[in-house]
Design a binder for this molecule. Structure first.
Ligand code: TYD
Ligand code: MG
Length: 458
């Protein structure tokens, strides 16, 4: 008899390992591996003499296959449509991930309320009772007539009910509460999450029903995170933002039916989520001007320019290894920039703690934030504010040069439109006239020029 084998599955990323380890070798998460029985693949008999017994399928030439035009309909929420690439595709499965309390249930309840006017919708919740959901809808003042709902966690019961109900849109809140009774593992484990999601995906595809799956991002290894499902679904959206603040960003990271990297912006109000169609300046905190350590960057998210404040605090350190804390920008990038600041800007922070934060819970992954980050650090170190109503953007190279970034003209226009007076950018990003609207453009080639210019202004 074949020996039953164990595999170890990471609850964060779903990677499978043959041995247990404290850290997942794939994604680096700690303490996230759990043991599972490997389901042995059943050896097929009769293969010895070729494939005589197997049915062959018809193979087609791709050029003769008519392209599907995925029929879409609006979700009723424009910012969500934008992230989905134009609307909800019939029969598609969308995974909505995010931290607990960020607003996933709220967003989808709003979608359901909007959809229920024109389509049959079903909301399945394993997290809250129907009474709690009704109370939430009442608080949001959402018109929920026609929103069918069910509090259930057994996936077979959910599928049977959905089959009887025949909705066009099905929301599962959340996939981590669903379970298949044949599996012995607890709800939320990797195998349960994968199995229940697979059944729901199959159901969506065969019935042509659009399904939204909610998945909580988890911190501890006991519950599988939404990442283990990313490969199974058609689109993956993440809801971000600091849950203390009001602003929320919906980011698409996978979309089989459209472009990714588009964002939707929402504000959490006491009556649910409100769309922010023109978010450009929403992320500027009120007190940005006149404070040392604050710089404004024009970054881009998807196709939108955003004005965002980068803050730095540099303080004398009593530690032998001073702290470098980066929130919203990459930690390694910060270390690199501090080294360049020392070598090519002549400012050393080796005995200082350096904290950098991007206001509003935004994460900037592009290099355009290099220059403003360094300016904010220098400003805090010198305890001198940057010139008022000034923006900057540009990548900093290891030789201390300021490099251009994409879409410079659009960024400058956006800053000018918001009343900024001066822009400090790479020479290759500066227009010939050195002026955009009312805004003066200062072009620099090297970091030291930028620091000197700032020093002259104050
Ligand atoms: P929720 O949608 O339940 O989060 P998730 O499903 O992602 O866990 O949102 C919960 C938070 O949103 C909660 O802290 C309260 C807040 N909230 C509001 O501020 N206003 C509202 O109208 C609603 C419904 C929720
Ligand atoms: Mg919820």
């Amino acid at each position: 008899m074949a020996k039953e084998k164990s595999i170890y599955v990471c609850a964060e990323c779903g990677a499978e390992h043959s041995k247990w380890a404290g850290q997942c070798a794939d994604c680096g998460a700690w303490n996230s591996l759990s043991e599972q029985r490997a389901t042995s693949s059943v050896a097929r008999g009769g293969r010895g003499g070729g494939f005589a017994g197997a049915r062959s399928a018809s193979v087609e030439d791709l050029s003769s296959v008519p392209a599907d035009r995925a029929p879409r309909h609006s979700s009723g929420i424009k910012e969500l449509d934008r992230v989905l690439g134009g609307g909800i595709v019939a029969g598609s499965v969308v995974l909505l991930g995010g931290d607990p309390g960020i607003g996933k249930s709220t967003l989808l309840l709003q979608v359901l309320a909007a959809q229920s006017q024109s389509a049959k919708v079903l909301y399945v919740s394993g997290e809250e009772s129907l009474g709690q959901i009704a109370a939430r809808a009442k608080r949001m003042d959402a018109s929920v007539a026609g929103v069918r709902c069910l509090a259930e966690t057994d996936v077979e019961v959910i599928l049977a009910s959905a089959d009887a109900e025949r909705p066009q849109l099905l929301v599962i809140d959340s996939i981590q509460t669903c379970f298949a009774s044949e599996l012995s593992s607890t709800p939320g484990s990797v195998s349960q999450v994968r199995e229940t999601a697979a059944r729901l995906v199959r159901f969506a595809k065969t019935q042509g029903i659009s399904v939204f799956l909610i998945g909580h991002v988890t911190k501890e290894g006991g519950i599988a995170g939404p990442r283990v499902l990313e490969h199974m679904v058609d689109a993956v959206l993440y809801f971000e933002g600091d849950s203390g603040g009001r602003l929320r960003i919906l980011r698409g990271i996978k979309n089989r039916f459209g472009a990714i990297n588009e964002i939707g912006v929402f504000a959490m109000t006491d009556r649910g989520l409100r769309e922010v169609p023109n978010p450009s300046a929403m992320f500027l905190s009120g007190a940005h001007s006149g404070q040392p350590g604050s710089a404004i960057v024009v970054t881009r998210e998807g196709t939108r320019p955003l004005l965002v404040e980068v803050q730095a605090l540099v303080d004398h350190s009593s530690l032998s290894n001073p702290r470098r804390v980066a929130v919203g920008v990459e930690q390694n990038r910060l270390a690199l920039l501090l080294a360049v600041l020392h070598r090519h800007g002549g400012l050393s922070v080796y005995d200082q703690d350096v904290f950098v934060n991007v206001v509003g819970g935004i994460r900037i992954s592009e290099t355009a934030a290099d220059l403003p980050t360094v300016l904010a650090v220098a400003s805090s170190l010198r305890d001198r504010p940057l010139p008022e109503r000034t923006i900057s953007f540009g990548e900093i190279g290891l030789a201390g040069e300021i490099r251009p970034v994409a879409n410079g003209e659009e960024r400058l226009k956006e800053a000018a439109a918001h009343g900024f007076r001066t822009a400090l950018v790479s020479r290759a990003n500066a227009p010939r006239k050195a002026q955009v609207g009312e805004m003066q453009v200062v072009a620099v080639d090297r970091l030291v020029e930028a620091l000197d210019w700032v020093a002259e202004q104050s």
